[in-house]
Design a protein around this ligand. Structure first.
Ligand code: ASP
Length: 332
Protein backbone atom coordinates (compact mmCIF):
# COMPACT_ATOMS: atom_id res chain seq x y z
CA UNK A 1 0.00 0.00 0.00
CA UNK A 2 2.71 2.37 1.09
CA UNK A 3 4.79 1.45 -1.93
CA UNK A 4 1.81 1.96 -4.21
CA UNK A 5 0.95 5.40 -2.92
CA UNK A 6 4.59 6.43 -3.13
CA UNK A 7 4.63 5.00 -6.63
CA UNK A 8 1.60 7.06 -7.63
CA UNK A 9 3.18 10.17 -6.17
CA UNK A 10 6.37 9.47 -8.09
CA UNK A 11 4.44 8.94 -11.30
CA UNK A 12 2.55 12.21 -10.90
CA UNK A 13 5.69 14.10 -10.03
CA UNK A 14 7.34 12.73 -13.14
CA UNK A 15 4.31 13.75 -15.18
CA UNK A 16 4.02 17.30 -13.90
CA UNK A 17 7.64 18.15 -14.47
CA UNK A 18 7.67 16.53 -17.85
CA UNK A 19 8.58 19.80 -19.55
CA UNK A 20 11.78 19.74 -17.53
CA UNK A 21 14.59 17.22 -17.75
CA UNK A 22 12.51 14.40 -16.32
CA UNK A 23 9.66 13.09 -18.45
CA UNK A 24 7.42 10.17 -17.61
CA UNK A 25 7.71 7.57 -20.33
CA UNK A 26 5.24 5.04 -21.62
CA UNK A 27 5.21 1.59 -19.99
CA UNK A 28 4.90 -1.82 -21.64
CA UNK A 29 4.35 -5.29 -20.19
CA UNK A 30 4.42 -8.62 -22.04
CA UNK A 31 3.81 -12.01 -20.48
CA UNK A 32 3.85 -15.61 -21.67
CA UNK A 33 2.51 -18.85 -20.25
CA UNK A 34 4.40 -21.26 -22.49
CA UNK A 35 4.52 -22.19 -26.16
CA UNK A 36 3.15 -25.45 -27.57
CA UNK A 37 0.80 -27.28 -29.88
CA UNK A 38 -2.31 -25.42 -28.70
CA UNK A 39 -4.77 -25.09 -31.56
CA UNK A 40 -8.42 -24.05 -31.72
CA UNK A 41 -10.56 -27.06 -30.83
CA UNK A 42 -7.67 -28.83 -29.09
CA UNK A 43 -8.16 -27.11 -25.75
CA UNK A 44 -11.44 -27.68 -23.90
CA UNK A 45 -13.47 -24.44 -23.81
CA UNK A 46 -13.16 -24.40 -20.02
CA UNK A 47 -9.37 -24.76 -20.25
CA UNK A 48 -9.18 -22.05 -22.88
CA UNK A 49 -11.18 -19.71 -20.64
CA UNK A 50 -9.20 -20.57 -17.51
CA UNK A 51 -5.85 -19.95 -19.19
CA UNK A 52 -7.05 -16.61 -20.57
CA UNK A 53 -8.30 -15.61 -17.12
CA UNK A 54 -4.94 -16.56 -15.61
CA UNK A 55 -3.03 -14.52 -18.18
CA UNK A 56 -5.35 -11.53 -17.65
CA UNK A 57 -4.85 -11.72 -13.87
CA UNK A 58 -1.07 -11.72 -14.34
CA UNK A 59 -1.27 -8.75 -16.72
CA UNK A 60 -3.44 -6.90 -14.18
CA UNK A 61 -0.89 -7.51 -11.43
CA UNK A 62 1.99 -6.19 -13.54
CA UNK A 63 -0.07 -3.32 -14.90
CA UNK A 64 -0.98 -2.18 -11.38
CA UNK A 65 2.74 -1.77 -10.64
CA UNK A 66 3.66 -0.04 -13.88
CA UNK A 67 0.64 2.28 -14.07
CA UNK A 68 1.41 3.61 -10.60
CA UNK A 69 4.99 4.43 -11.49
CA UNK A 70 6.50 1.25 -10.08
CA UNK A 71 9.58 -0.50 -11.44
CA UNK A 72 9.77 -2.98 -14.30
CA UNK A 73 11.45 -5.33 -11.81
CA UNK A 74 8.48 -5.25 -9.42
CA UNK A 75 6.08 -5.63 -12.36
CA UNK A 76 7.68 -8.77 -13.82
CA UNK A 77 7.91 -10.37 -10.38
CA UNK A 78 4.25 -9.56 -9.64
CA UNK A 79 3.04 -10.95 -12.98
CA UNK A 80 5.11 -14.14 -12.72
CA UNK A 81 3.97 -14.77 -9.14
CA UNK A 82 0.34 -14.79 -10.25
CA UNK A 83 1.16 -17.40 -12.90
CA UNK A 84 3.21 -19.47 -10.43
CA UNK A 85 0.21 -19.57 -8.09
CA UNK A 86 -2.14 -20.58 -10.94
CA UNK A 87 -2.18 -24.42 -11.22
CA UNK A 88 -2.91 -24.14 -14.95
CA UNK A 89 0.68 -23.20 -15.82
CA UNK A 90 3.92 -25.14 -15.61
CA UNK A 91 5.53 -23.00 -12.91
CA UNK A 92 5.15 -23.03 -9.14
CA UNK A 93 1.88 -24.83 -8.35
CA UNK A 94 0.93 -27.01 -11.32
CA UNK A 95 4.51 -27.69 -12.42
CA UNK A 96 5.32 -30.84 -14.38
CA UNK A 97 6.90 -33.86 -12.65
CA UNK A 98 10.41 -35.22 -12.94
CA UNK A 99 10.89 -38.88 -13.86
CA UNK A 100 11.10 -39.64 -10.14
CA UNK A 101 7.75 -37.94 -9.53
CA UNK A 102 9.02 -34.73 -7.92
CA UNK A 103 8.36 -31.08 -8.83
CA UNK A 104 11.69 -29.28 -9.30
CA UNK A 105 11.31 -25.58 -10.01
CA UNK A 106 13.61 -23.14 -11.82
CA UNK A 107 13.39 -19.35 -12.14
CA UNK A 108 15.39 -16.23 -12.93
CA UNK A 109 14.95 -12.47 -12.75
CA UNK A 110 17.11 -9.69 -14.17
CA UNK A 111 17.23 -5.92 -13.79
CA UNK A 112 18.09 -4.06 -17.00
CA UNK A 113 19.36 -0.98 -15.09
CA UNK A 114 22.57 -2.62 -13.93
CA UNK A 115 22.29 -6.25 -15.12
CA UNK A 116 21.84 -7.45 -11.56
CA UNK A 117 20.38 -10.95 -11.72
CA UNK A 118 19.31 -13.87 -9.60
CA UNK A 119 18.40 -17.46 -10.46
CA UNK A 120 17.36 -20.67 -8.73
CA UNK A 121 17.18 -24.26 -9.96
CA UNK A 122 15.68 -27.43 -8.55
CA UNK A 123 13.60 -25.86 -5.77
CA UNK A 124 11.13 -28.26 -4.15
CA UNK A 125 9.78 -26.27 -1.19
CA UNK A 126 9.77 -22.56 -1.97
CA UNK A 127 6.32 -21.40 -3.00
CA UNK A 128 7.37 -18.65 -5.43
CA UNK A 129 10.62 -19.42 -7.24
CA UNK A 130 10.71 -15.98 -8.89
CA UNK A 131 10.80 -14.34 -5.47
CA UNK A 132 13.60 -16.70 -4.46
CA UNK A 133 15.49 -15.65 -7.60
CA UNK A 134 15.01 -12.02 -6.62
CA UNK A 135 16.27 -12.74 -3.11
CA UNK A 136 19.40 -14.33 -4.61
CA UNK A 137 19.90 -11.13 -6.58
CA UNK A 138 19.29 -8.73 -3.71
CA UNK A 139 20.22 -10.65 -0.58
CA UNK A 140 23.17 -12.85 -1.55
CA UNK A 141 26.55 -12.27 -3.16
CA UNK A 142 25.66 -14.89 -5.81
CA UNK A 143 23.71 -15.11 -9.06
CA UNK A 144 22.53 -18.74 -9.10
CA UNK A 145 21.66 -21.21 -6.35
CA UNK A 146 20.40 -24.76 -6.84
CA UNK A 147 18.89 -27.72 -5.03
CA UNK A 148 18.32 -28.03 -1.27
CA UNK A 149 20.73 -25.16 -0.60
CA UNK A 150 18.57 -22.84 -2.68
CA UNK A 151 15.46 -23.81 -0.71
CA UNK A 152 17.39 -23.35 2.53
CA UNK A 153 18.52 -19.90 1.42
CA UNK A 154 14.91 -18.95 0.59
CA UNK A 155 13.71 -20.22 3.97
CA UNK A 156 16.44 -18.32 5.80
CA UNK A 157 15.39 -15.16 3.95
CA UNK A 158 11.82 -15.67 5.21
CA UNK A 159 10.20 -16.69 1.92
CA UNK A 160 7.03 -18.83 2.02
CA UNK A 161 7.80 -22.55 2.28
CA UNK A 162 5.29 -25.27 1.38
CA UNK A 163 5.05 -29.03 1.56
CA UNK A 164 6.13 -30.41 -1.86
CA UNK A 165 2.58 -31.74 -2.34
CA UNK A 166 1.44 -28.12 -2.74
CA UNK A 167 2.88 -28.12 -6.28
CA UNK A 168 1.13 -31.35 -7.33
CA UNK A 169 -1.83 -31.42 -9.71
CA UNK A 170 -3.51 -34.60 -10.89
CA UNK A 171 -3.29 -33.55 -14.53
CA UNK A 172 0.51 -33.19 -14.40
CA UNK A 173 0.79 -36.50 -12.53
CA UNK A 174 -1.20 -38.27 -15.24
CA UNK A 175 0.99 -36.66 -17.90
CA UNK A 176 4.04 -38.26 -16.28
CA UNK A 177 2.34 -41.67 -16.23
CA UNK A 178 1.39 -41.28 -19.89
CA UNK A 179 4.89 -40.24 -20.83
CA UNK A 180 6.29 -43.36 -19.14
CA UNK A 181 3.73 -45.53 -20.99
CA UNK A 182 4.65 -43.90 -24.29
CA UNK A 183 8.33 -44.53 -23.62
CA UNK A 184 7.64 -48.28 -23.30
CA UNK A 185 5.96 -48.44 -26.69
CA UNK A 186 8.42 -46.08 -28.34
CA UNK A 187 5.64 -43.54 -28.97
CA UNK A 188 6.84 -39.99 -29.45
CA UNK A 189 6.61 -37.74 -26.42
CA UNK A 190 3.55 -35.51 -26.75
CA UNK A 191 4.60 -31.87 -26.70
CA UNK A 192 1.15 -31.02 -25.30
CA UNK A 193 2.29 -32.38 -21.99
CA UNK A 194 4.71 -29.67 -21.14
CA UNK A 195 3.06 -26.34 -21.86
CA UNK A 196 3.13 -23.60 -19.40
CA UNK A 197 6.51 -22.12 -18.48
CA UNK A 198 5.77 -18.52 -17.57
CA UNK A 199 7.59 -15.25 -18.06
CA UNK A 200 7.29 -11.48 -18.20
CA UNK A 201 9.23 -8.55 -19.62
CA UNK A 202 8.56 -4.90 -18.92
CA UNK A 203 9.64 -1.35 -19.56
CA UNK A 204 8.63 1.12 -16.83
CA UNK A 205 7.90 4.87 -16.83
CA UNK A 206 11.49 5.54 -15.75
CA UNK A 207 12.79 3.85 -18.90
CA UNK A 208 14.10 0.72 -17.18
CA UNK A 209 13.72 -2.86 -18.41
CA UNK A 210 13.39 -6.17 -16.53
CA UNK A 211 12.71 -9.83 -17.32
CA UNK A 212 11.64 -12.88 -15.31
CA UNK A 213 10.96 -16.53 -16.16
CA UNK A 214 9.72 -19.45 -14.03
CA UNK A 215 9.17 -23.11 -14.88
CA UNK A 216 8.81 -26.68 -13.72
CA UNK A 217 10.89 -27.65 -16.78
CA UNK A 218 10.06 -30.70 -18.88
CA UNK A 219 7.84 -33.65 -17.92
CA UNK A 220 9.99 -36.63 -17.02
CA UNK A 221 13.25 -34.67 -16.73
CA UNK A 222 16.00 -36.68 -15.03
CA UNK A 223 19.40 -36.52 -13.46
CA UNK A 224 19.03 -32.97 -12.15
CA UNK A 225 18.34 -31.60 -15.62
CA UNK A 226 18.06 -27.80 -15.74
CA UNK A 227 16.67 -25.97 -18.76
CA UNK A 228 17.11 -22.48 -20.14
CA UNK A 229 14.69 -20.57 -17.89
CA UNK A 230 17.13 -19.89 -15.01
CA UNK A 231 20.17 -19.56 -17.31
CA UNK A 232 20.85 -15.85 -17.79
CA UNK A 233 21.36 -15.11 -21.48
CA UNK A 234 19.44 -18.23 -22.54
CA UNK A 235 15.87 -18.09 -21.21
CA UNK A 236 16.07 -14.76 -19.40
CA UNK A 237 17.98 -11.50 -19.94
CA UNK A 238 17.53 -7.76 -19.42
CA UNK A 239 19.83 -4.88 -20.34
CA UNK A 240 18.62 -1.29 -20.72
CA UNK A 241 21.07 -0.93 -23.63
CA UNK A 242 19.48 -3.80 -25.59
CA UNK A 243 16.19 -5.31 -24.51
CA UNK A 244 14.46 -7.62 -22.01
CA UNK A 245 13.63 -11.20 -23.04
CA UNK A 246 11.88 -14.23 -21.57
CA UNK A 247 11.79 -17.53 -23.48
CA UNK A 248 9.89 -20.79 -23.41
CA UNK A 249 10.41 -24.01 -25.30
CA UNK A 250 12.91 -26.82 -25.67
CA UNK A 251 15.40 -25.42 -23.22
CA UNK A 252 18.45 -27.27 -24.47
CA UNK A 253 18.25 -25.39 -27.79
CA UNK A 254 17.65 -22.05 -26.09
CA UNK A 255 20.79 -22.59 -24.03
CA UNK A 256 22.87 -23.59 -27.08
CA UNK A 257 21.78 -20.51 -29.02
CA UNK A 258 22.05 -18.18 -26.03
CA UNK A 259 18.70 -16.87 -27.19
CA UNK A 260 17.95 -14.04 -24.77
CA UNK A 261 21.43 -12.49 -24.90
CA UNK A 262 21.66 -13.00 -28.65
CA UNK A 263 18.44 -11.04 -29.18
CA UNK A 264 19.72 -8.21 -27.00
CA UNK A 265 23.11 -8.20 -28.75
CA UNK A 266 21.50 -7.97 -32.20
CA UNK A 267 19.50 -4.97 -30.98
CA UNK A 268 22.37 -3.30 -29.18
CA UNK A 269 25.14 -3.73 -31.74
CA UNK A 270 23.23 -4.48 -34.94
CA UNK A 271 20.54 -1.85 -34.27
CA UNK A 272 17.87 -4.34 -35.29
CA UNK A 273 14.31 -3.60 -34.26
CA UNK A 274 12.82 -5.95 -31.71
CA UNK A 275 10.64 -7.96 -34.10
CA UNK A 276 13.52 -8.52 -36.55
CA UNK A 277 15.82 -9.62 -33.73
CA UNK A 278 13.40 -12.07 -32.11
CA UNK A 279 12.41 -13.60 -35.46
CA UNK A 280 16.05 -14.02 -36.52
CA UNK A 281 17.04 -15.80 -33.31
CA UNK A 282 13.90 -17.93 -33.27
CA UNK A 283 14.86 -19.00 -36.82
CA UNK A 284 18.27 -20.09 -35.50
CA UNK A 285 16.58 -22.18 -32.81
CA UNK A 286 14.31 -23.75 -35.41
CA UNK A 287 17.20 -24.52 -37.74
CA UNK A 288 18.80 -26.60 -34.97
CA UNK A 289 15.50 -28.41 -34.32
CA UNK A 290 14.24 -26.46 -31.30
CA UNK A 291 10.67 -25.35 -30.70
CA UNK A 292 9.30 -22.56 -28.54
CA UNK A 293 8.89 -18.83 -28.33
CA UNK A 294 10.04 -15.56 -26.82
CA UNK A 295 8.68 -12.24 -25.63
CA UNK A 296 10.82 -9.10 -25.77
CA UNK A 297 10.62 -5.38 -25.12
CA UNK A 298 13.05 -2.71 -26.30
CA UNK A 299 14.24 0.47 -24.53
CA UNK A 300 11.83 2.54 -26.65
CA UNK A 301 8.90 0.39 -25.48
CA UNK A 302 8.31 -1.44 -28.75
CA UNK A 303 7.77 -5.13 -28.13
CA UNK A 304 7.38 -8.43 -29.91
CA UNK A 305 6.28 -12.04 -29.62
CA UNK A 306 7.85 -14.74 -31.77
CA UNK A 307 7.15 -18.49 -31.66
CA UNK A 308 7.52 -21.45 -33.98
CA UNK A 309 4.79 -23.55 -32.32
CA UNK A 310 1.08 -23.43 -33.24
CA UNK A 311 0.34 -21.39 -30.12
CA UNK A 312 1.80 -19.50 -27.20
CA UNK A 313 -0.10 -18.32 -24.13
CA UNK A 314 0.64 -14.61 -24.15
CA UNK A 315 -0.53 -11.13 -23.29
CA UNK A 316 0.41 -7.49 -23.60
CA UNK A 317 -0.61 -4.37 -21.70
CA UNK A 318 0.62 -0.84 -22.42
CA UNK A 319 0.16 2.69 -21.11
CA UNK A 320 -1.48 3.37 -24.47
CA UNK A 321 -4.48 1.30 -23.37
CA UNK A 322 -3.74 -2.09 -24.93
CA UNK A 323 -4.73 -5.03 -22.73
CA UNK A 324 -5.00 -8.31 -24.62
CA UNK A 325 -4.36 -12.01 -24.12
CA UNK A 326 -4.02 -14.60 -26.88
CA UNK A 327 -3.36 -18.31 -27.23
CA UNK A 328 -3.40 -19.39 -30.87
CA UNK A 329 -0.98 -18.36 -33.56
CA UNK A 330 -3.35 -16.46 -35.77
CA UNK A 331 -5.21 -14.53 -33.07
CA UNK A 332 -3.56 -11.14 -33.42
N1 ASP B 1 12.06 -23.90 -21.39
C1 ASP B 1 11.62 -24.75 -20.34
C2 ASP B 1 12.72 -25.73 -20.03
O1 ASP B 1 13.36 -26.22 -20.94
C3 ASP B 1 10.38 -25.53 -20.67
C4 ASP B 1 9.29 -24.78 -21.40
O2 ASP B 1 9.42 -23.59 -21.65
O3 ASP B 1 8.26 -25.39 -21.73
O4 ASP B 1 12.90 -26.08 -18.88
Amino acid sequence: MMRNSLGIAAAFAAFFISNGAFAMQDWTLLIHGGAGAMAPGKLEPAQDAARRAGLAAALEAGKAVLASGGSALDAVEAAVKVLEDDPGFNAGRGSVFTYEGVNELDAAIMDGRNRAAGAVAGLTRTRNPVTAARAVMEKSPHVMLQGPGADRFARERGLDQVDPSYFRTEERWQQLQKMKENAKTGAVFDADMKYGTVGAVAKDVHGNLAAATSTGGLTGKRWGRVGDSPVLGAGTYADNRGCAVSATGSGEYYIRVGVAHEICARMRFGKENVQTAVDAVQAEVKALGGVGGVIAVSPDGTSAFSFNTPGMYRGRATSGGEFAVHIYGDED
